[in-house]
Design a protein around this ligand. Structure first.
Ligand code: GLU
Length: 607
């Protein structure tokens, strides 16, 4: 997800825009640009690659003006080139855009037939051309933007700026978050409040379908039916410590290291020192006959782990699905079921759409989110924050383990409500959960040995992760993290599936990472590991002391983790999985000496 900023200010806009874009760098991007209006004239600068390229360009070719918009692009339509970079301009209109316009092909043909040809390959330029055509037909900028918005399908956040208008921006939101910032005699727009933090903490979040006419005097917000809408202004407390790297080289490293603290925060928030749960009463499983857990990416693996917990601890049937599939099928849901939607940002477009898809067909909709003001939180019956603090790294780490912690507590609550757990067992379970921050610290101390192992892993072209039971989804997550960060192909498999095909891949060039605490399934997993060893496979075994002692012989490497309640092992083992991904991607590792694109760099630096 890329970034949008807008400024109607009292000072030069270009430096403010670049600074705000820097604060959005964490989202990843491949090019950037800004446009300003100065003495009534719209002008823009765009550059491929890192923001520093845009800054350099601005040094040689400055852009004056106190009104402007800026963008970091993550290309979806058209390569990362200057021509495709935003802002896109057509006549008097400039626009920046997050997201995808799904009907852009039809619109583009319609415009071309009308003499409005596109220069770029993007879906975004189509928006600028639509608005230009309206203006050419005599519309005012506001009318042109309104008419344009009516034509767009898909998910987007937009900000328009107009030639000849130094006191006007138009912002719109549909499926992609956008915040308006209030200053004194100044107004701002940002993809999130973090972008605007140095300029203002007075924020109004646009709701789905909203669009806003912004001048220095304030913002007039309209809903999707063009009715004037009253959206609250809130003071957003951004704990700046949580969005600085605090001495770490990368946000990802900092966020991995923060896990013991944030997990302890979450446990403190949702449990009492007496050994009882402190979840809201509205989270009531007494009459619930099934839970359906829906999410995307890493959050979907948290749901997958939680399926094992709900079934094992609470005897409650649990379904899981990825949101982009769930929203387009016709799920058969029990009216007495609870649907749980998990999203770090609370803005994940597919998860939000999935929520809306079933909202009226289930007994209760629960959101597990990190941002309490988010759309998914607002549209649910009950929103439970995971207490992870701002997560800047694109690859989720601490949000994943906080999601797991909260889902574990929810499964315990389900067991309690359904009479499946007595008070003493519940106390014991909470006790072992409370031990996790300490155990995670011990796991973090393995960072150096993991970095050494990673130097070898970084030479591999393919890596397999194996796990059984609730460690299977963790194998999927380990593989996802590794490929996302290091660009090395990795797959996660249920250990028992190995013999049904993937075993053909095994040789000494494919490291196999086995996640196997010494639990009830350990012997089964070890048999699968033997199949790998028998084919000269290179096994890295992650287990506890007892597991390493029993099965470490003959493996390539072992990592000994603290002994943990087997139920909660996925939470603890997430830490070495994240560290393996982080160190394998480390610029010190050999892959990074191979030819790399600026795209890799910019992505890496944003982790
Ligand atoms: N779809 C637009 C493009 O490819 C916007 C992508 C983005 O969200 O950065 O230019």
């Amino acid at each position: 997800m890329c970034g949008i900023v807008g400024v109607l200010g009292n000072h030069e806009a270009a430096p403010l825009l670049v600074e705000a874009l820097k604060r959005l760098e964490y989202r990843g991007y491949d090019s950037a640009g800004i446009a300003t209006v100065h003495k009534g004239r719209l002008d823009r600068r765009r550059a491929v690659g890192k923001l520093v390229n845009l800054s350099d360009l601005l040094v040689h070719d400055p852009l004056a003006g106190k009104s402007g918009i800026g963008h970091t692009r993550w290309a979806t339509h058209g390569a990362a080139t200057v021509t495709n970079a935003h802002p896109h301009r057509a006549g008097k209109v400039a626009v920046v855009h997050n997201g995808i316009i799904e009907n852009f092909r039809d619109l583009r043909s319609e415009l071309a037939a009308d003499g409005y040809a596109q220069e770029s390959d993007t879906d975004t330029e189509t928006i600028a051309l639509l608005a230009r055509r309206e203006i050419d037909r005599g519309a005012t900028p506001v009318e042109a933007a309104r008419a344009t918005l009516k034509r767009l399908q898909g998910a987007f956040a937009l900000c328009f700026l107009f030639d000849g208008e130094e006191d006007l921006m138009i912002a719109a939101r549909q499926g992609s978050p956008l915040a308006i910032g209030h200053g004194s005699g100044e107004m701002f727009v940002g993809s999130d409040a973090i972008a605007l933090a140095p300029m203002t903490d007075r924020i109004t979040y646009l709701e789905e379908g909203d669009w806003a006419v912004i001048t220095r005097a304030g913002a007039q917000i309209f809903d999707g039916h063009d009715r004037l809408a009253n959206r609250a202004e809130t003071r957003v407390r951004l704990d700046s410590a949580r969005i600085e790297k605090a001495g770490y080289k990368h946000f990802m490293a900092k966020e991995i290291a923060e896990q013991p603290v944030v997990i302890a925060d979450a446990l403190k928030h949702y449990t009492s020192s007496k050994g009882t749960l402190e979840l809201p009463e509205a989270l009531d499983f007494t009459t619930i006959d099934r839970v359906t857990l829906v999410a995307c990416g890493t959050a979907s693996y948290a749901c997958h782990v939680a399926k094992y917990w709900f079934e094992q601890i609470a005897g409650l049937p649990a379904d899981i699905d990825i949101a982009s599939e769930f929203r387009y099928r016709d799920p058969v849901l029990s009216p007495a079921s609870m649907a749980i939607f998990v999203s770090q940002s609370g803005e994940t477009a597919d998860t939000l759409a999935a929520l809306r898809h079933v909202k009226d067909n289930v007994a209760k909709v629960v959101a597990v989110i990190n941002v309490p003001t988010s759309s998914i939180a607002r549209e649910s019956d009950l929103a439970l924050p995971i207490m992870a603090g701002v997560e800047v790294g694109v690859a989720s780490t601490k949000a994943f383990t906080c999601q797991l912690t909260l889902l574990a507590l929810m499964a315990l609550k389900a067991a309690q409500d359904r009479g499946r757990i007595d008070a003493a067992t519940l106390r014991d379970r909470l006790e072992t959960l409370r031990a996790l921050p300490g155990l995670m610290n011990a796991a973090l101390a393995l960072s150096d040995p993991i970095a050494r192992i990673a130097e070898d892993l970084a030479r591999a072209q393919d890596i397999l992760f194996l796990g059984r039971g609730a460690m299977f989804p963790l194998a999927l997550e380990g593989a996802l993290k590794l490929k996302e960060i290091s660009y090395i192909h990795a797959e996660g498999y249920a250990s028992g599936e190995l013999k049904h095909g993937p075993i053909a891949l095994i040789d000494d060039a494919v490291p196999v990472i086995v996640l196997a605490p010494k639990d009830a399934l350990f012997d089964k997993t070890v048999s699968n590991m033997q199949e790998v060893l028998a084919r000269n496979g290179k096994v890295l075994l992650l287990s506890d002391a007892a597991g390493v002692e029993t099965a470490g012989h003959g493996t390539w490497k072992t990592l000994t983790l603290p002994t943990v309640d087997p139920l909660w092992a996925p939470i603890l083992y997430a830490v070495p999985a994240q560290l393996l991904a982080y160190h394998t991607a480390s610029p010190r590792a050999p892959t990074w000496t191979s030819p790399e694109t600026w795209q890799n760099r910019s992505r890496w630096n944003s982790q």
